[in-house]
Structures are given as structure tokens and as C-alpha cells.
Write a protein that binds this ligand. Structure first.
Ligand code: 2AM
Ligand code: CA
Length: 260
């Protein structure tokens, strides 16, 4: 698995190079112009192609699930990639976006890499080997409580507003108990911030596998719990996530489920 991790790190850094090379050009283009969206789409595609090339060079038989390329190939080993998580931020020059690469073997996450090119922070995890931020081991506090905590979230998208009413009620309930709430805009990075103790808990509806594959392993390896808010599958299937250290996860889960 260490070899997979090394490949994922190299691929993430390569993709981040493309992302950063275009970042100023993207948000300085005319706000109304359609070409901004097109440029971001091109950056997404180029960055993903670079990641895929890195994987294919060493592991031509592995399957790949990418935000841009979809599912390519089948087999026990699947690389799950988001070349640019936080595209809305990227488009606005709001420096909160990341490259996310996870490796799943027989349905289980084994390797996770999230790279933040703005702060040059590398979050990594190997299943059973712990989670790291650069060379620092990450450990969440299992005794942390929801009261006074800083909770991360993401808003339900308009295209997926079936949870909007429940979400707004949950939001009110969390605001009343927690210390404060943040909505940074990159689910992959939000999960890493949770693992690093910069957030104490997190919830969001409607996420995709590539948003959460790497980050979920990083949270778990830092000692956190992740589960689905809804009862229709595990969190990778539903994309509806509650995450946090043991005690806080239980408290947040209870509160959120009261408003489903
Ligand atoms: P993206 O930037 O790669 O699209 C923030 O709430 C998270 O939601 C981000 O990880 C973002 O990933 C994702 N996201 C953005 N637009 C979305 C949409 N229309 N539907 C679902 N998820 C989306
Ligand atoms: Ca994403």
C-alpha cells in the first residue's frame, strides 16, 4: 500500500501544479463570461488526465473512478479521484480547494491523499497506519463534546434540494448547541480539517464518492467516526455524512436525526 500512497502523492502534486498554474487566470476573467466555467472545466480535465496518466504508468490494470472521466475499467482495485474539489471557490479565487485521491481495494478504502496547493499541506492516510498532515500524526479528541464545538457543513445543492427543509432545521438545531458553524466549500478538505482538529464535527447531504473517498479514510485513521445521516445505505452510497470524534459524533447524529 505504501507504493500506492507514493503514486497518489506524486499524482496529487502534479495535478495541483496544473490547478495553480491556471488559478489567477480563472478568477480574473470577466465574472459574467461563460469562458470562466469552460476554463475551469478544462483545468479539471487536464488535472484528472495527469492523475490518470500517473496511475496508468504504474498500474495499467487498475480501475479508476473520476469526477470527470467516470468509471474506467473494473476490478478489485479502484482509484477514486477528484482533480479539483471546491470548484466554486476556485472560480472565485477563494483559496479553499484541493486535489483528492483515494484507493479502494475490494470495497474498502486503503489509501487516502488530499493535497491543498494554497497552503501546501499534504494530508495522507493508510488503513491501519494512521493519518498524517505532512509529517505530523493526526489524532482526534474522542471526549470532545458538541457543546461549544466548531462544526463544518456544506449546503444542499439546488439540483439536490430534496433535503433542504430537513437541512435548514438541522442547521438551526446545530447553531443552538454548537459554538459556531463553518461552510468552507471543499468536502475533501473539510474532512481533513476535521481530522486535524480544525473542525470538531461535520455534516453534509448529497456528496459524491470522489468528494469523500480519501477524506473519509483520513478521518477514520485520525480516530474519527463517519456514518450516513440517512438509513438507506452506508455513507459512501448515500453521500449523506455525519463525521466526528466518538462522543461528538453520537451527539451530532442524535440531533440531526431528530430533524429528518
Ligand atoms: P466540487 O467542487 O468538486 O464540485 C461542497 O459542498 C462540496 O460539494 C464540494 O466537495 C463540491 O465538489 C461538491 N459539489 C459542488 N457542486 C455540487 C453539485 N451540484 N452537487 C453535488 N455536489 C456538489
Ligand atoms: Ca468534488
Amino acid at each position: 500500500m505504501q507504493a500506492f500512497l507514493n503514486t497518489a502523492i506524486k499524482a496529487a502534486r502534479d495535478a495541483a501544479g496544473v490547478v495553480m498554474r491556471y488559478s489567477r487566470r480563472v478568477h480574473q476573467l470577466d465574472v459574467r463570461s461563460k469562458s470562466r466555467n469552460e476554463l475551469v472545466t478544462q483545468v479539471d480535465v487536464m488535472a484528472e488526465e495527469l492523475i490518470v496518466a500517473n496511475i496508468r504508468e504504474r498500474y495499467p490494470d487498475h480501475a479508476i473512478l473520476g469526477e470527470e472521466g467516470g468509471q474506467q475499467g473494473h476490478g478489485d482495485i479502484v482509484w477514486i479521484i477528484d482533480p479539483l474539489d471546491g470548484t466554486t471557490n476556485y472560480l472565485s479565487g477563494f483559496p479553499m480547494f484541493a486535489v483528492s485521491i483515494g484507493v479502494q481495494v475490494k470495497g474498502r478504502m486503503e489509501v487516502g491523499v488530499v493535497y491543498d496547493p494554497n497552503r501546501e499541506e499534504l494530508f495522507t492516510a493508510l488503513r491501519g497506519g494512521g493519518a498524517m498532515l505532512d509529517d505530523r500524526k493526526l489524532r482526534m479528541d474522542p471526549k470532545k463534546s458538541l457543546e461549544g464545538a466548531l462544526i463544518g457543513t456544506g449546503f444542499p445543492y439546488r439540483m439536490n434540494d430534496k433535503w433542504m427543509e430537513q437541512y435548514l432545521n438541522q442547521f438551526r438545531a446545530v447553531m443552538q448547541v454548537a459554538g459556531d458553524v463553518r461552510r468552507p466549500g471543499s468536502a475533501a478538505l473539510d474532512l481533513c480539517y476535521l481530522a486535524a482538529g480544525r473542525l470538531d464535527g461535520f455534516w453534509e447531504f448529497g456528496l459524491q464518492p470522489w468528494d469523500i473517498a480519501a477524506g473519509s479514510l483520513i478521518v477514520r485513521e485520525a480516530g474519527g467516526i463517519i456514518s450516513s445521516i440517512t438509513d438507506d445505505g452506508d455513507f459512501m452510497e448515500t453521500g449523506n455524512l455525519i463525521a466526528g470524534p466518538l462522543k461528538l459524533h453520537g451527539e451530532l447524529e442524535k440531533l440531526l436525526k431528530e430533524h429528518l
